[in-house]
Write a protein that binds this ligand. Structure first.
Ligand SMILES: Cc1cc2nc3c(=O)[nH]c(=O)nc-3n(C[C@H](O)[C@H](O)[C@H](O)COP(=O)(O)OP(=O)(O)OC[C@H]3O[C@@H](n4cnc5c(N)ncnc54)[C@H](O)[C@@H]3O)c2cc1C
Length: 317
């Protein structure tokens, strides 16, 4: 029988919906003949852990570290790796959270497994599991069939509906962490540049390499503040050090879905567009009339952004 191992970290911030999602996937895989096991980690020193919908799993193990272990990624990795080997798991599934992106690739590498970083759909094709995942900077969705090698999947798809299962409470076994390899020391939040948060913003003003310099970047911030918009940026602007990476929009940055997105001095590379597909209206300001951004803009303004924004700021008072 094929084993699907689910990996979940339990903390006070863990939402019941996260347990519901993994349990619903386990139910679906059960219909396809998989046996599902769950490994849960916790850093809070509890001696037991409550698992909503836990009865769907054939086996649950929970671990808590004997000594503090930073942000937990090392501990999760080690516990997941041990559980995957013990179970001889053919698929290891976690949720596609930022935290899981820490250990997911390392687990895949250590198990010599396939890795699907943003699995958005799961289906059964004959006796194989098929997954849908974005490719080409999020411009297309690819359907992949998993073969005989083990695979690590991080699931970022929709909730699959409430599972028909009950909650369980299981003991958390104390474990030592192997600290012989590369170890986490500490982390600190990077400065965000202030202003409205990008996530969930209804208006975003983003600047690109065309802004020209760190000094000139202040005009982007000033204009954004005038129109109550969050500041975003292309990767090129982030790489110049004009704006923190937390403001990057695109394939390797944040995806935004504002009512209005203003792109200033941004060429419209596919990796940037991957982050703005959800924007309802796009306004582009670019001095190059052939810039790719104009192909997807609802409103295109050809010209030097400094003159255009200076006039706009003056009119807004
Ligand atoms: C794996 C991978 C992931 C990536 N992820 C991201 C991502 O998440 N986000 C992202 O943005 N990029 C990403 N990139 C980089 C991306 O491919 C582009 O290189 C980047 O988006 C270009 O940024 P830009 O548009 O600011 O710069 P450019 O392409 O250099 O464009 C600058 C634009 O400014 C215009 N301009 C210049 N001066 C003025 C002026 N005075 N007034 C008006 N317009 C002016 C120019 O005409 C030009 O169109 C990624 C690349 C790779 C390979």
């Amino acid at each position: 029988m094929k084993i699907a191992l689910f990996v979940l970290h339990s903390s006070p911030e863990t939402r019941v919906s996260e347990f519901a999602t993994v349990a619903a996937i386990a139910e679906k895989l059960g219909d396809a003949g998989y046996k599902s096991e769950l490994v849960v980690t916790t850093l809070s020193g509890e001696t037991e852990v409550t698992i909503p919908y836990g009865s769907v799993f054939q086996k649950i193990t929970a671990f808590s570290p004997n000594t503090p272990v930073g942000d937990g990624a090392d501990f999760i990795l080690q516990m997941a790796s041990k559980a995957a080997s013990d179970a001889n798991a053919s698929i290891i599934i976690g949720l596609g959270t930022l935290a899981n992106r820490n250990w997911g690739p390392q687990l895949a590498a250590s198990l010599e497994a396939e890795f699907v970083t943003s699995c958005e759909g799961l289906s059964i094709e004959g006796s194989s599991l098929a997954v849908a995942a974005p490719a080409m900077g999020g411009m297309v969705s690819k359907n992949l069939t998993l073969g005989d090698r083990p695979s690590v999947l991080l699931y970022s798809g929709d909730n699959l509906g409430p599972p028909q299962a009950n909650g369980l409470t299981v003991p958390a076994a104390k474990q030592d962490i192997d600290d012989s390899g590369v170890r986490f020391i500490s982390s600190e939040a990077l400065p965000d540049g202030g202003g409205l948060p990008l996530r969930g913003a209804s208006k975003v003003v983003s600047g690109g390499l065309g802004v020209g310099s760190a000094e000139k970047w202040r005009m982007i911030e000033e204009f954004a503040a005038k129109v109550d918009a969050a500041v975003g940026a292309s990767r090129a602007a982030v790489e110049m050090g004009w704006v923190p990476s937390s403001r990057q929009v695109g394939f390797s940055g944040q995806k935004v879905s504002p009512d209005i997105y203003v792109a200033v001095g941004i060429s419209g590379a596919v990796h940037h567009l991957a982050g703005i597909g959800g924007a309802k209206k796009i306004v582009a300001i670019n001095k190059d009339p052939d810039a790719a951004i104009f192909k997807i803009a609802d409103v295109g303004i050809v010209g030097d952004y400094e003159q255009i924004l200076a006039t706009a700021i003056q009119k807004l008072g």
